[in-house]
Design a protein around this ligand. Structure first.
Ligand SMILES: [Zn+2]
Length: 259
């Protein structure tokens, strides 16, 4: 199983990182794509990947929350990081108008710059979008034909959001959000309309611990070892066997990230 979105450089993993990686492996999650969310975190993600070749890969990018830090130099740093073998995508990049930790115009600038970089380098993009679907689609559209691949990770939007993403042939990343009895019920329905060759799975840990797990884990920290639980929930919602879903999403992820 491949977890396509995991924030392993988050400080909540500092103390027992080795064990977290080991437990993922024991749970059958044998490849992780570590998310780079800023220049520093992308650098740290890369260094971590170098310690676990053939298991860890990463992205290099600047999250919309951090878009205010984006400057001319950022592109050079990202370009340099992307020359390393474990770096398999540009991102996490995109738009988050839910919290606006950076202004919308800062976010849009950083997003477009990273799309252009991905086109130049012919790398896939790993994207984030919250409460910004129409603008997100608008900015992405001119680049989509030139990008080798593009995923919207942690999809949590509406049916029309999903349809506009699928119209651009995006891959869709589904997290344990789907296990949330308060917010995830719509996603249980929507996940059925994602074509099987466009679906990928992720934990987005340490965030988004699947809420329906029983017994409830003692810690609120999500971990890659819980990916099978998320996969099971998605498989059930789609009327597929766990084995089918795991094989298909693994194949999708390998093709997408070229691993
Ligand atoms: Zn995200």
């Amino acid at each position: 199983m491949i977890d396509i979105g995991i924030n392993l450089t988050n400080k909540r993993f500092d103390k027992d990182l080795k064990q977290v990686i080991e437990n993922a492996k024991l749970a059958g999650v044998n490849k992780l794509i570590v998310t780079g969310t800023s220049l520093d975190e992308s650098q740290q993600a890369l260094e971590l990947c170098l310690q676990y070749p053939d298991m860890l890969y990463c992205t290099a990018g600047i999250h919309p929350h951090d878009a205010k830090t984006f400057n001319k130099n950022s592109l050079d740093v990202l370009r340099q990081l992307a020359t390393s073998k474990p770096v398999k995508a540009i991102g996490e990049c995109g738009l988050d108008f839910n919290r606006n930790f950076s202004t919308p115009s800062e976010q849009e600038f950083a997003f477009v710059q990273q799309l252009e970089l991905a086109v130049q380098l012919q790398l896939p993009v790993f994207m984030h979008e919250r409460d910004a679907n129409s603008r997100f689609i608008e900015l992405l559209k001119p680049y989509i034909q030139q990008l080798p691949n593009a995923v919207l990770h942690c999809f949590t939007g509406s049916k029309s959001d999903l349809e506009s993403c699928l119209a651009l042939d995006l891959h869709i990343g589904i997290t344990g959000w789907i296990c949330d009895e308060r917010r995830g019920t719509a996603l249980l329905e929507l996940v059925k309309i994602i074509p099987k060759d466009r679906l990928m799975i992720e934990t987005d840990s340490p965030y988004l611990l699947p809420r329906s797990m029983r017994p409830k884990p003692k810690s609120s920290r999500n971990e890659p070892k819980y990916l099978p639980y998320i996969a099971q929930t998605i498989a059930h919602a789609r009327g597929e066997s766990l084995k089918q879903l795991v094989q298909q999403t693994e194949q999708n992820s390998k093709l997408f990230f070229n691993i």
